[in-house]
Design a protein around this ligand. Structure first.
Ligand code: KG4
Ligand code: ZN
Length: 338
């Protein structure tokens, strides 16, 4: 079976092909136009997707050695994400499916991330505990099967990646912030400042809005404004901030590890590229004797392969989406997070 997955929910356009369960192509274009604005500009994102989606799909099919009509299933992200950006990938996928008379499946982006560990040779085993950490989402989930996903907690305000991006902007380090903070914080002391992460009523929920504000307050108190921060202190502030966010993510995961009887542990989403977080998960998995699956970097950020894989599973349980004029399909029947 040949499956194409198209992703366009935020600032990555991606097309990937899976042939007989093997990823034969996974092309990702990361939009760089947002860098100078310090965050994603939705309208610019939609336009860039429009320019890239067709060439990427063509190239991905070329890499797979397939013609347009040799694909058996067409999948695209239908949300959550930026509406204009999503519509580009979605309407393209529907048009493709209509013109070749092939089935189309709409995919929930978060579920794409949840099962991205299955793109690896060594896959998670059910039930597994999954931490989804990206620019838009932070969720802790108990995954018992491909259609049995229990949400234990999620962020009540900012996502973890969003906090990285906002603090990076505040420190003048640029966008996307996660990797910039990680790089500048490398090998630095992490106790320069204390940036507390707020506790939540639900023990598995997260809150990252306060930690960002506490960085801002610290800067205002010590230096009046970010421009006055001495350059040699930037790495120390970044390292203290990174430690707070990573610790909050690890602590909640550990709490869930103690509570639930699981076989594996999985860390997914763009922030799963963070070295400190990866090391923390490795340490947890050794201490609790659980199998750990963290996808390769190419499957951590937004990518078409995870959309093709999730679409394939939905197709296997009988899900198809219509190609009607309602451009934005409902994900009600395609979403299994409870
Ligand atoms: O999954 P993703 O590509 O897009 C969303 O679905 O949001 O995640 C992007 C997020 C951004 O916030 C980015 O700053 C963050 O992942 N990120 C990182 C790292 N690499 C990317 N955060 C921390 N450390 C990193 N190394
Ligand atoms: Zn994502």
């Amino acid at each position: 079976m040949n499956i194409i997955g198209i992703e366009s929910s935020c600032d990555e356009t991606s097309a990937a092909v899976i042939c007989n369960n093997k990823i034969v192509s996974n092309l990702i274009y990361s939009q760089d136009i947002h860098e100078k604005y310090g965050g994603v500009v939705p309208e610019l994102s939609s336009r860039a997707h429009l320019q890239k989606v067709l060439p990427l799909v063509k190239k991905s099919l070329d890499e797979a050695g397939l013609k347009l009509n040799q694909v058996d299933l067409i999948c695209a992200t239908a949300g959550p994400g930026l509406i204009g950006a999503l519509l580009v990938g979605l309407t393209f996928a529907k048009g493709y499916a209509y013109s070749c008379n092939k089935p189309f499946v709409a995919v929930n982006h978060i579920e794409g991330h949840i099962f991205s560990g299955f793109l690896m040779d060594d896959k998670p085993e059910f039930p597994f505990l999954c931490l989804v950490v990206s620019g838009g989402h932070t969720l802790l989930l108990l995954v018992e099967g491909f259609t049995q996903i229990k949400k234990l907690g999620s962020t009540i305000d900012d996502a973890a990646g969003e906090a990285f991006d906002k603090v990076s902007k505040l420190l003048g380090l640029g966008y996307p912030g996660g990797v910039k903070i990680q790089n500048i914080a490398l090998n630095q002391k992490t106790d320069f400042a204390d940036f507390p992460v707020a506790q939540c009523k639900n023990e598995f929920d997260f809150s990252f809005s306060g930690v960002k504000t506490s960085v801002l307050r610290f800067i205002q108190k010590e230096f009046e404004k970010p421009e006055n921060i001495p350059v040699d202190l930037l790495p120390l502030i970044a390292a203290s901030f990174q430690k707070s966010v990573v610790k909050a993510l690890i602590d909640k995961t550990e709490k869930a590890l103690r509570r639930f009887n699981i076989k594996s542990l999985s860390l997914v989403g763009g922030v799963a590229a963070n070295q400190m977080l990866r090391l923390g998960f490795q340490e947890l998995s050794v201490r609790y004797k659980k199998k750990l699956v963290i996808p390769d970097f190419r499957f951590c950020g937004d990518n078409g392969a995870m959309i093709a894989f999730r679409g394939m599973q939905l197709h296997e349980v009988g899900i198809r989406n219509s190609l009607d004029f309602n451009a934005y399909p409902s994900l009600k029947d395609n979403t299994f997070i409870n």
